[in-house]
Design a protein around this ligand. Sequence first.
Ligand SMILES: [Fe+2]
Length: 293
Amino acid sequence: MSISNQIKIQPFLGVGIAFIPKFLKLIRTQDISNHNILPRHIDFFEISSLDEKQMEEEEILQWFLFLDGKSITAHIFGFRVGTKSGPSDKFISKVNKALSIIKPIFISEDLSQFKIAPTSIDTSPLLLTGETKKYCVDSLIKIKETVEVPFLLENPPISFMIGEQDFLTWFSDCLDLSNSYCLLDIGHLLSWENIVGESVIIRLKDFPLDRVVQIHLAQGMVDYTSKYYADLHGEPYSERLYEILLYLLNNCPNLKAVALEYFNLFTALSTGLNDLQRVKDITKNFLKSKPAS
Ligand SMILES: [Fe+2]
């Protein structure tokens, strides 16, 4: 079955939470019952930041026994979409092996163009040129041909941009030219809005919203002097984030999942997960008002 058809036949998964695999390990090592820790009123779990090393770990399957058989999506590090070399064959074979164990419905990764270890990609400038667009398209085509689960390219957090092209046009060109799908992270869109001073909602009217399959929500913060965007992955959310969420819910016909991202789920749990409940309510109301397709 083609990737496009795999996405189209998938029902709407609902609202899920994304957290790092270390959290699952911690639950296991401390022998905490997941029923006491993980919120049960969610529709799917997203495993965040699964890297090459973690994918090789023997006990990988054990991590997921705690998830009560709920649907899983996974955020995987290392495709290096947008770099000249792109994903290596060795990396892709490791990914496919892990996918056969974890069985996620979709996988995703932020667009990355540079690997500046050990820092995260939000400190890297985005290089927006015709040449880097070609690297991105080539990587996406390779992924479509070799990876066994649909891959969603995520818009990255942006603190710096270099190059002559507009980011949203560059990003949508990459999706169109490779016939790929994407994950839109609303906090990351806000980091772009902050830098360029344009309204995301106005600019999304020209974006191929039928390619949006998943949404990420997370609280971030902009340093008021440097405009550096810190992608903090937690609650509480700004009202602007909710405005964009509503716009996307109403305008993305192939949307299947909304995930709230938490770096530290323990901290988020201690604040009551109010935003999780609000996002669930908004999404439920939206689904009720949507005519059955
Ligand atoms: Fe994200």
